[in-house]
Each structure stands twice: as C-alpha cells, then as structure tokens.
Design a binder for this molecule. Sequence first.
Ligand code: HEM
Length: 182
Amino acid sequence: MPGTQYTASLMENQRDIYGEDRLFNRPVEVPVRDVYVPPGGPPQGIAPSRDIFPSMGEENIYRMCRDFYTELEQTDIRPMFPDDMDAASRRIAAFLIGLLGGPPVYQKLYGPPMMRARHLNTRINEQARQTWLAAFRRVLERADDRYGMPEEHLPGFLAFLDGFSAWMVNEKSASGPGDSVT
Ligand code: HEM
C-alpha cells in the first residue's frame, strides 16, 4: 500500500546502562515505494588508496567533509539533509576516515556501514547524485593545498565517489528509463 511504512533494522553502537559500548538494533522507517536498483549492482574494485589517510589525517578529513556539507547547503538537494549539517558532515567523515586507511571510526560509532541501506529513506535519483558529486568535486579542487590529499590519489578518489554514489541511487529520475547511471 503506498505510504505504508515498514521498519528495517540497522545495528547501532550505543552505551548500555553500565556505560559499555554495545550494538543495538536501531529501527529505521523506510517508506514502501518502488526502489530503483542500479543494474550493475554494488561497484567492485573502486576502493580508494589506503595511503591517503596517512597523508591527510583525521582533521583534514573532517574539514573536507565540513566544506563539502557547506557546499551542499547551497544546492537544491539541501532539503534532503538534516538541520544539523555539521553533525551530518561528521558521519560521512567517519566513514571516509576508515575507507582511506584510518581507524574504523564509522563502524565503532554506528555499526556496519550498509551504505545503500542507510540511504533508502532518502529518495536519491540521478539528478540528486549529479548535484552531490558536483559539490564534492568543487571541494576537491583544493584537495592538495587545503586538505593534504596527495595529488596522485585524487583521480582514484574521484572515481570512487563516482562509482559508489551510483550505487546510492534508489529512484528513477523524472526523465525516465533513459536515466543513465554512469
Ligand atoms: C548519490 C548521492 C548521495 C546523496 C544525495 C546522499 C545523501 C545523503 C543523505 C540525505 C543522508 C542523510 C544525512 C544524515 O543524516 O547523515 C546521507 C547520509 C550519509 N551518506 Fe550520503 N548521499 C549520497 C552519496 C553518498 C556516498 C557516495 C557516500 C560515501 C562515500 C555517502 C555517505 C554517507 C554517510 C556515511 C551518511 C551517514 C549515514 C548514517 O549514519 O545514517 N553518501 N547521505
């Protein structure tokens, strides 16, 4: 039935009553709708170099993600995001820290990444993806100077963002079946 909600569960790290970190199920409301599944399936072999983290360090990654979310503030996909963009930018930073070769901060705080599942309660079509990518590309124009991302790793990181963002698309654009996910 359109509009019906079902509840999915995501594992999340929380403190129990004894102050210990434990994984709990966090219920997530996912609206029932036609979810678009990109035909290629999850991207393979696109992970960025794990040598990036040792050059950048955590602070630069948090800064890059803060700047990225500031860019997103100026776009028409801003309403998709929560009010607290600073907190949201720290979630993607936590994920990128681990991916780029640092400690698994995201997993420690929130459990298994399951990124596509975590994006299902946001309607993401190809247009939204292009806006998201363009904002990240603008930020990465200053990758080396401002964030210490080694220039030789930039193409690999951009290719990762391109491939992985395609996997986050879960709705067809109004433009219909020709909606290419490149
Ligand atoms: C296709 C374009 C994308 C759009 C429009 C998009 C949009 C969003 C939105 C609206 C949220 C919820 C905000 C929040 O509460 O944090 C979110 C969360 C998140 N996104 Fe994306 N996203 C995209 C691609 C990506 C990609 C490629 C990555 C990884 C490189 C990513 C990583 C994350 C992370 C780590 C979170 C936090 C998830 C959580 O803990 O609940 N996103 N994204």
